[in-house]
Design a protein around this ligand. Structure first.
Ligand SMILES: [Mn+2]
Length: 327
């Protein structure tokens, strides 16, 4: 639980330092990019010298390009060591990619703003609140502490985090606070229908074709308690879709009657060796998929987590089955 003193310490650090590098986790989602842009643009508007960094080299998800991601660097910028690193929505330095730990260590100072329950508190100042529905709500608290105005552009970015991390206000974290913050952002000018259209409508046909192929690989295991589907390189090639286009399929899997855990296993691209990535979703609050992900060396939230295996898709499934059947 973050306290008022964590927020004050984070604000004090930023006030002391005019040069900031804002970074989010690799394979960023709406909350990561909303936090990145929300805090970064707000500081920039107020006179800070802000650089943006999204680790990794896979294209950033098309659903969020409208946030204005053109100046987001992919390898860390050359002057990273002259800046304070502000990591958002990022549970560990490793989630900042291969350059993560070194970039944190080499920065002028570091600030970790996050809501993952398994956050490793890897920075000098840690503003971490596992009870926060999304990272953008923590960003809003920080901007308020700094006394910065919330422009429409910033409000929209923060709203994206609330909408996407709460599953459009349908997950267990769609609390009264989520709705209150959403209402505040709407009062600042955010148009929910317009944001919905930008994020969820206008899907490329390739994505729906990819979804159809992935869903056709559905396996119900453990008497229907575990739903697994697979993304293969052949699927991506046949549909001309990117890996980010498979986001959202897992929600179909978790919606199946009787399913407790949904898993989406992605095959490695060329150059990634044998590493399979596995996303997990829990369909029941009492089932903690972060625990399963930890066994696989990954992490995340109770209801949404992930891990990678240096092995086959079957190895990933075996690990999940073993953990789900553990007494
Ligand atoms: Mn998040």
């Amino acid at each position: 639980m973050s306290s008022q003193s964590d927020i004050a310490a984070a604000a004090a650090l930023l006030r002391e330092h005019p040069r900031i590098l804002v970074a989010c986790h690799e394979s960023p989602d709406g909350d990561a990019l909303g936090s990145l842009i929300g805090v970064g643009r707000s500081l920039q508007d107020a006179g800070w010298d802000v650089a943006f960094w999204a680790p990794g080299d896979a294209p950033l998800p098309a659903d969020y390009l409208w946030l204005g991601l053109a100046d987001v660097a992919r390898p860390p910028p050359a002057d990273a060591s002259e800046r304070v690193l502000l990591a958002v929505d990022c549970g560990s330095a490793e989630r900042l990619g291969a350059d993560g730990a070194a970039t944190v260590a080499g920065a002028v100072a570091s600030l970790n703003l996050d809501h993952h329950g398994d956050n490793t508190r890897f920075a000098g100042v840690n503003l971490v609140d596992a009870a926060s529905p999304c990272a953008t709500i923590l960003v809003l608290s920080l901007l308020r502490e700094l006394g910065l105005p919330i422009s429409l552009e910033v409000a929209e970015a923060l709203y994206v985090g609330v909408v996407t991390d709460t599953g459009r206000f349908m997950y267990a974290n769609a609390t009264a606070e989520s709705h209150r913050v959403a209402a505040e952002l709407i009062e600042l000018g955010v148009d929910p229908a317009e944001i919905f259209r930008r994020i969820y409508e206008g899907k490329p046909a390739a994505r729906v074709e990819l979804m159809a192929r992935i869903l056709s690989s559905l396996e119900l295991r453990l008497d229907g308690r575990l739903a697994v589907a697979y993304v293969t390189i052949a699927d991506l090639d046949a549909t001309n879709a990117g890996e980010a286009d498979s986001e959202g399929v897992i929600d179909f899997l978790r919606s199946i009657e009787g399913v407790e855990v949904a898993a989406l296993v992605r095959a490695p691209r060329s150059g990634e060796g044998k590493v399979h990535k596995c996303s997990l979703r829990s369909a029941q609050p009492e089932i903690d998929v972060a625990r399963i992900a930890h066994v696989g060396g990954g992490g995340g939230h109770t209801l949404a987590a992930g891990f990678t295996v240096d092995g086959s898709a079957a190895d990933a499934v075996m690990l999940i089955e073993r953990e789900m059947t553990r007494a």
